[in-house]
Design a protein around this ligand. Structure first.
Ligand code: NAG
Ligand code: NAG
Ligand code: NAG
Length: 385
């Protein structure tokens, strides 16, 4: 009996310890950060967006959803044309969770970054692992003297979660991002910046391409990570094993409507986001434990037409093995260039266009062992613009 009792005491001590660590981390995220300080706030963001009218019902059950994905991603499918039936104006105000981090020592150019996470993550993609972690992009930006605002996109984390067919669509996400740029330009928290840089990952990068298309030079520079203009999105969608989020993880995502979707296992996560063995398995596990949803509305309104009105610098930073945006090989040649360089096609008026491809790195750039070096490349590029 004694050893068993000791064991159960040990187990409950470990459980207690884990809770304490988690509670501590949640506080530290807002209060303790290297090279600066962070302020959490939920901001009401008012937008007017040209959303698509989507003729589709929330999936009644998993089989209905899987059937839709199969039909949508089938060869010669015309599901998109059938579902998208014109546009309507989505005029709304949404509560968006933001974390604004201000460096101890602001750079001379007074730079602020706005970072937009992609599908599958929340804002913690940008401060992965918390304070002191080598995967923490926010701390890399602060160390370079840049302020940075990260946020949960609409439908994610601590932000509002409205209808995922009608409201949570790319055009609405684009307007929210543009409004957050305007929010930074208005100088919140007594700050005043002179240089405004957008940094995206994946769907967040697609959002920034559209911000450039609609708003021209609202940003002084654009960094697109986990992104190319290579048209492999539909193939990627077909590999995602889309699952109704509330059924996949009832404890954490149980309150989400059925049109909010996640991939269904860590196997799928590894295949789409990671390149073995160039990551810490604990990071893969943590990203699975904290995975976030995408809506049917977002999946059906993706698209990055060119942004000819935008003329400011662009930096494309995509892992050499990105499975989603490069089909696993970013150095394959299309029209004589690799896929990162080929992304210039979206920015016909841009003069300063640069690329960097971290080696042995998959789609989830920030979650790989290469992250610290990637962050140095990005901050140096921003310093040089
Ligand atoms: C929405 O569509 C209208 C009409 O075509 C256009 O004038 C307006 O600029 C569009 N708004 C955005 C944000 O794209
Ligand atoms: C495309 O949709 C139309 C109806 O809108 C249908 O008649 C046609 O068979 C579809 N084509 C394919 C290849 O499924
Ligand atoms: C490659 O060339 C084709 C045909 O000229 C064009 O449609 C396509 O957009 C080009 N792709 C890239 C990545 O430049």
């Amino acid at each position: 009996m004694a050893p068993l009792k000791a064991l159960s005491t040990l187990v409950s001590l470990i459980a207690l310890g884990t809770q304490a660590v988690q509670a501590g981390l949640a506080q530290r995220e807002a209060n303790t950060v290297l090279h600066g300080k962070c302020i959490e706030s939920v901001i009401p963001v008012s937008i007017t967006a040209n959303n698509s009218i989507l003729k589709i019902d929330p999936p009644a059950n998993q089989q209905v959803l899987t059937d839709f994905v199969v039909r949508w991603t089938s060869e010669t499918s015309n599901v998109t044309q059938e579902v998208v039936q014109g546009t309507f104006v989505n005029k709304a105000t949404y509560n968006i969770y933001t974390l604004l981090c201000i460096p101890t020592k602001q750079d001379a150019q007074k730079t602020v970054e706005l970072a937009i996470h992609g599908i599958g993550f929340d804002h913690t993609y940008w401060n992965l692992g918390g304070s002191g972690s080598k995967y923490n992009y926010v701390e890399a930006a602060l160390k370079a003297g840049h302020a940075i605002l990260i946020y949960d996109r609409l439908g994610i984390g601590k932000s509002q979660k409205p209808n995922g067919i009608k409201e949570v669509q790319l055009p609405t996400e684009v307007e929210i991002a543009a409004q957050l740029v305007k929010h930074l330009k208005a100088g919140p928290q007594g700050q005043s910046w002179k240089r405004f840089v957008g940094v995206g990952h994946s769907f967040g990068s697609a959002t920034l391409v559209n911000v450039a298309r609609v708003y021209g030079n609202i940003l002084d520079a654009t960094v697109l990570t986990g992104f190319t203009s290579h048209d492999s999105a539909l193939k990627a969608i077909s590999t995602f094993t889309w699952t109704i989020a509330s059924q996949d993880d009832p404890k954490r995502l149980g309150s989400l409507p059925p049109e909010y979707l996640v991939w269904n296992s860590i196997i799928n996560n590894q295949q789409n986001f990671f390149t073995f063995p160039n990551y810490d398995p604990a990071v893969l596990q943590a990203s699975e434990d904290n995975k976030w949803s995408a809506t049917l509305g977002e999946l059906l309104t993706q698209g990055t037409p060119p942004a000819p009105q935008y003329t400011n610098p662009v930096f494309v930073v995509t892992g050499d093995k990105d499975y989603i945006f490069c089909g696993g090989n970013c150095f394959q040649k299309v029209n004589g260039t690799d896929l990162l360089v080929g992304t210039k096609e979206l920015f016909p008026s841009v003069k300063k266009f640069s690329t960097y491809s971290p080696a042995k790195t998959g789609h989830g750039v920030n979650a790989h062992l290469s992250a610290p070096q990637t962050y140095v490349q990005i901050q140096n590029w921003i310093a040089d613009i």
